[in-house]
Design a protein around this ligand. Structure first.
Ligand code: ATP
Ligand code: MG
Length: 340
């Protein structure tokens, strides 16, 4: 039997190059050998955007366009909208009993995001518990392999703690633990050199960026501040241009030669950056064209989303029944008298 994948993205904006190398590339390859569910996590996105539902609403379509444009194939992968699967929210409620309040407060990903988003004092209960809802996403769809970026590792760990606790409390093996799958570039830095390219940090290059946008971003990229003259030897470590070449240039030998040349001296920053611009353009151009074409037919895109969501709903319903059986709470009111 094919192993299950559950992955997804928050529709807070168009997808970017970090998503591509961190997770999408793996999903595109693995959809042939695995049974893949891809979730547009609109409910999770609301936990820190609840006052802008229109932003999340419109980005559902944008993320769907991105998925199709990069090659997530809806005949191989089930693409669905999280908020349309009520079983996820029921399971989240049961899962909340499987984790202590203290443990949630100390989740490193949540702590870091709270700090980044300046909400240490104002964090809502909804945001604090999003790792529990993510555990429900994974468990309801039986996710065994989770292609994610490095920032998600503590969330998978938290999921597995919940799964183990659940199975032990209810003496069952109905839930499976999940394995994170990191890509070769699990954390693409922002073009500004910041630790992570991210929609909310405003340092992202989208998967439909124009060549002009690519040029502007790469021009400003951080290299080696001590590399002043072309003939000077330069540093490769910590040089964002090389980090991007490692992630995007399919010609590994060429990257090695460029690194050697840069370290020897004689390779100017602008020549190097011109090369990166072309590499990024080669990656993004087909996505940009596919996206334009798909945009001409919005009804087809929405129909595909509708189909995937219906499939996911059936699967969610089936699995929730199984889980409630294991918890022995799958009673029906008309049988209530015989149940006591
Ligand atoms: P937001 O700021 O709204 O949280 P994000 O850019 O962090 O947006 P998510 O939707 O949270 O994106 O992440 C979706 C998936 O993409 C996750 O698996 C995450 O680890 C991965 N990912 C996001 N940014 C990067 C990055 N810069 N490098 C590698 N993987 C990434
Ligand atoms: Mg994120």
């Amino acid at each position: 039997m094919k192993k299950r994948i559950l992955t997804g993205d928050r529709p807070t904006g168009q997808l970017h190059l970090g998503h591509y190398v961190g997770s999408l590339k793996n999903r595109i390859e693995m959809q042939h050998s695995h049974e893949q569910f891809v979730m547009i996590a609109d409910a999770q996105a609301l936990t820190d955007n609840y006052d802008h539902p229109e932003k999340i609403r419109s980005n559902i379509f944008e993320v769907m366009l991105d998925y199709l444009a990069v090659g997530i194939d809806p005949s191989k992968s089930t693409i669905f909208i999280q908020s349309q699967i009520p079983q996820l929210f029921e399971l989240t409620f049961y899962f909340l009993n499987m984790v202590t309040y203290n443990r949630l407060k100390h989740n490193p990903t949540v702590k870091m995001e709270m700090q980044q988003k300046g909400m240490e004092e104002t964090v809502t209960a909804g945001f604090m518990i999003y790792p529990v809802s993510q555990a429900a996403d994974i468990a309801l769809f039986g996710g065994e392999v989770i292609p994610v970026g490095a920032d998600q590792m503590p969330i998978i760990e938290q999921t597995n703690e919940i799964v183990r606790r659940f199975n032990s409390v209810y003496h069952t093996d109905v839930l499976k633990e999940a394995q994170p799958l990191l890509s070769l570039c699990p954390r693409l830095p922002g073009a500004d050199g910041k630790a992570k390219m991210s929609k909310s940090l405003g340092n992202a290059l989208t998967l439909s960026a124009s060549f002009k946008e690519i040029e502007e971003v790469v021009k400003k990229m951080y290299t080696d501040p001590a590399h002043l003259r072309v003939e000077d030897p330069g540093r490769v470590e910590g040089n964002v241009v090389f980090t991007y070449l490692d992630a995007f240039d399919p010609d590994l030998n060429r990257v090695k030669e460029l690194k050697d040349h840069y370290q020897r001296g004689g390779l100017g920053d602008m020549t190097l950056k011109r090369h990166l611009m072309q590499v990024l353009e080669n990656c993004v151009a087909p996505f940009r064209e596919n996206r334009e074409r798909l945009k001409q037919n919005p009804q087809m895109v929405l129909d595909l989303l509708q189909e995937g969501t219906s499939r996911a709903k059936k699967e969610g319903q089936r699995k929730l029944e199984e889980i409630k059986d294991a918890m022995r709470i799958n009673y029906r009111l008309d049988h209530f008298s015989t149940m006591r």
